[in-house]
Design a protein around this ligand. Structure first.
Ligand SMILES: [Zn+2]
Length: 280
């Protein structure tokens, strides 16, 4: 399923797999001036390609390699062999061979396997030039190791991928690095952004305050986790004290997205070998 809307001269595509007539677990891609920022999941690739037909398309930038952001890369490239795909250096092997990564069953169901695609690397603080705009690249790991954001200083546009999704986390997927997420949020919060275009959730104007409140919340939460940990509390006890009631998403994802993984990430356990094998 696809929904198309506009914000200034940026076209927004909300994309999802259609199940029983409804879109499920939406993610967002953007088109501006011949550039696509992300391409949605594999199930919506055909719909996105049809919407883009007739528009000039020169480049795709993937903010990261999660399957719901790279799903139409292969199709768009086949339809337009001159298309240039650009991403973080760590993203390149994943894009070339998405099936080389572990994809939890719920992720295969919701977003599917992406087609392989070949990309060229973007350097940190490097620039991408389109006809009317210049976008600067900022590496922002944490949500995934290969995450980046794009900033267009003239317009104040900031494309944040999945670095920022609204709300206050009570749970996290296995393999995320919460301390890196906080550092990356601080990096983009320092930019003079006027409009934020996230990889899901609504577009926000003047996002600085929201970034700062999110950073403060994550740091305060982390301080509580570390305090209880130092007092000898185990992970289930910390979860119960700080993370509230069990969540439906924990059942749907068979515990892959859970309150426990949020706490473990603060404790540094998410950096071990086990989670690295599960990392996209
Ligand atoms: Zn993601």
């Amino acid at each position: 399923m696809i929904k198309v809307s506009a914000c200034q001269s940026v076209t927004r595509f909300d994309l999802a797999r259609t199940l029983a007539g409804r879109g499920r677990y939406w993610t967002t891609a953007y088109y501006v001036d011949g550039l696509m920022v992300d391409t949605g999941c594999a199930f919506s690739a055909g719909e996105l390609a049809r919407e883009l037909a007739g528009k000039p398309l020169e480049r795709v930038v993937n903010t990261h390699t999660h399957e719901d952001h790279i799903g139409a890369n292969g199709l768009l490239k086949r339809q337009n062999p001159a298309l240039e795909i650009l991403a973080h250096p760590l993203a390149l092997p994943v894009l070339a061979n998405p099936r080389g990564q572990y994809l939890h069953p719920y992720r295969r169901l919701m977003w599917g396997w992406p087609e392989p695609s070949r990309a060229r690397l973007l350097e940190d603080e490097g620039w991408i030039e389109t006809r009317n705009h210049r976008f600067q690249v900022f590496y922002t790991p944490g949500h995934s190791p290969d995450h980046l954001c794009l900033f267009e200083p003239q317009q104040g546009w900031l494309f944040t991928g999945d670095l920022f999704v609204g709300g206050r986390e009570r749970a996290l997927r296995e393999g995320y690095d919460i301390w890196q997420i906080i550092a990356s949020l601080k990096r983009v919060a320092a930019l003079p952004a006027r409009v934020m275009f996230p990889g899901s959730a609504r577009v926000r104007e003047n996002p600085k305050e929201e970034f700062e409140s999110k950073i403060a919340h994550l740091e305060e939460f982390g301080a509580k986790v570390l305090d209880l940990h130092q007092k000898g509390w185990d992970v289930p006890a910390i979860v119960q004290a700080l993370c509230g009631k069990p969540m439906l998403i924990e059942l749907v994802t068979l515990g892959n997205f859970s309150r426990k993984h949020l706490v473990l990430s603060y404790l540094g356990a998410a950096r071990g070998g086990m989670s690295a094998a599960h990392h996209l």
